[in-house]
Design a protein around this ligand. Sequence first.
Ligand code: GAL
Length: 366
Amino acid sequence: MSLKKLIAVATAAALAVSLAACSTGGGATTESEGSVGISMPTRSLERWINDGEGLKALLEDAGYQADLQYADDKSDMQISQIQNQIASGVDILVVAAIDGELLAPVLEDAAEQGITVIAYDRLINGTENVDYYATFDNYKVGQLQGQFIEEQLGLADGAGPFNLEPFAGSPDDNNARFFFAGAWDVLLPYVESGQLVVPSGKSPASNDDWASIGILGWKSDSAQAELDNRIASFYAGGEKIDVVLSPNDSLAQGIAASLSSAGYTPGVDWPILTGQDGDKASVVNILDGKQSMTVWKDTRVLGEVVFGFIEAILAGEEPEINDTETYNNGVKVVPSFLITPEVVVKDSVQEKLIDSGFLKASDVGL
Ligand code: GAL
């Protein structure tokens, strides 16, 4: 479904529901009835600022009450913030979990209060008390990264060998396993054929081993230190890295800093470097030849989908769902809505990110 169509569908659904609410004899209401608690992981990663503020604005513009909290990547802080939102009497919780394994007890409390829980972007595991999940297709994110590498190197035509250094996301983030699986399902056959070589040896034998190359908290400086170490230990003899699999932009920014300090030069010997999120700093790097692509997830669309969920739930209706199979959280398969992400490269930054209004030209030095 195209971006424009998806926004139109989500908006039309929201409009239809609110008109229905008005036409039930309750008279036109400018103030929509409903209070939503929004729990975001951190402000330190650009996308979550867009996610939280975007959803809060959508809700408040529609007359709902919205409480937005950021938990500084600390699970205990996120739990206490959610507890406060429960105590304040919210009708719905929208949660982007820091650690999807730690929220079962507090969501038990939410369920006892009859609060509907929407998992936002990151699945919440180990509890029946998560009612819906709205996300981008996380496996597809990784698949797009793997396919980009496959195409750029001509691997399907037998090209190689190339030196690959793979990275994975934060071990506490359920999404990270899907990102890695999507990419590794494309790339592992080429590692096994010898077309891709991993000099550091940091080559998971299977998707299940993804966390062995995970970077906790998605921290740029941790990714930079990890690549510094691999270069010092395994590339001292003059070998060059040809490609780095980075699951998102914050890691790609740290990896780019490491490559620069190791003397790699864009347009000369800079490796293929993947990413995700369309962070401003990474778009600048893409324009400067220091990152090859990003998988763009338009957080505005995710916000519209969640807004549509909220309108439907408050109207006593079922939200629009398009996946009832993929996301088993260990207790149940959570009804989900998946949005398709898109690859952005240097030549499509203007059209996809600037012309769509996601970023301003001045954000990225254009
Ligand atoms: C993931 C999210 C990605 C990535 C990462 C860092 O869960 O889906 O967009 O940016 O977190 O926050």
